[in-house]
Design a protein around this ligand. Structure first.
Ligand code: ADP
Ligand code: MG
Length: 289
């Protein structure tokens, strides 16, 4: 099982949303990480057949997915970024409807629906109307419809959008649980969404892949370059304007600030403690604006 993305380009009029994406994906979890407007949803929409590329192609086991058509869509599960749910459907009814759209046999659907509802923790509200659901419940129902046909390729666009930290963790764990044996692609601008679950991170910036590696490989590139500086409040301005330092999180203890920075070599003239680099730091180093 392999997805191969070749020189994928998408223009919306003059806007170049994708500028030649190349990647090869096999079984595993992939974090498609980048800020808003980077081109993530555009890529997802092309992969799922909702949008036509300007040029380039995506191959599934060597065959163009556009040629495979229905056959490829049958292998695909998709959770769109926009919550497209019907408020007056029940959870069960919505899944039955989605199963019917996929031409799933009724007998199979009635077997699968309780299984996926249990998997996403919605069994107890199976007969309740969607309009009574919280944001987190709606996200879980959207994941349920994406996995109803046990897809080989699972595409999740901003799966934790609008959720509180606890719900984010629940969704992340759920994704890890259902990922086995599939190609799972998670598009997000939230580093923690993919930090632990993804085997590989693809950083996308303004329509280009700027990095494609495991979390460990990415983090290693910043070894010895991330520090926590202890400074008085009064020094913050001069640190901010110093181009040698890229600033991350700041925490405060009374008049003292602890500032996470990325820099080359040990900071001179500061009380500095080396810290372990994380994916947040990598993200910051690519998207410093
Ligand atoms: P992301 O999902 O990473 O936030 P998108 O793929 O939605 O990014 O958008 C990538 C770029 O393409 C953005 O600059 C966006 O404004 C632009 N864009 C997206 N959809 C359209 C469209 N239908 N028409 C014109 N521009 C679009
Ligand atoms: Mg998007």
């Amino acid at each position: 099982m392999e997805l191969e993305v070749k020189e994928l380009v998408k223009h919306y009029g003059k806007k170049q949303a994708l500028k030649g994406i190349n990647a090869s994906l096999t079984e595993g979890v992939y974090g498609f990480l980048g800020p808003n407007g980077a081109g993530k949803s555009t890529f997802m929409n092309i992969l799922t057949g909702n949008l036509k590329a300007t040029s380039g192609q995506i191959l599934y086991d060597g065959e163009d997915i556009r040629k495979l058509g229905r056959e490829f869509r049958g292998l695909l599960g998709y959770m769109p970024q926009q919550q497209a749910l019907y408020p007056n459907f029940t959870a069960e009814g919505f899944l039955a409807y989605m199963a019917a759209l996929r031409d799933m046999k009724r007998s199979e659907a009635s077997k699968r629906i309780p299984q996926v509802l249990a998997k996403v923790g919605l069994s107890e509200v199976a007969g309740d109307k969607i309009k009574s659901f919280s944001g987190g419940m709606k996200q879980r129902l959207l994941i349920a419809q994406a996995v109803i046909a046990d897809p080989r390729v699972l595409v999740l666009d901003e799966p934790t959008a609008g959720l509180d930290p606890k719900q984010r963790i629940a969704i992340r764990n759920l994704i890890s649980e259902i990922a086995a044996g599939k190609i799972v692609i998670i598009a997000t601008h939230v580093v923690t969404d993919v930090e632990s679950a993804a085997n590989r991170i693809l950083l996308i910036r303004e329509g280009e892949l700027v990095a494609d590696a495991s979390r460990e490989e990415m983090v290693t590139t910043l070894s010895g370059r991330v520090f926590e500086l202890k400074i008085p409040q009064s020094e913050l301005k001069s640190l901010e304007t110093n181009p040698a330092y890229l600033m991350g999180n700041i925490s405060r203890e009374r008049e003292t600030l602890f500032v996470r920075v990325i820099c080359d070599g040990k900071p001179e003239g500061y009380e500095a403690t080396p810290v372990r680099p994380g994916l947040e730091d990598v993200y910051l180093s690519y998207f410093r604006e």
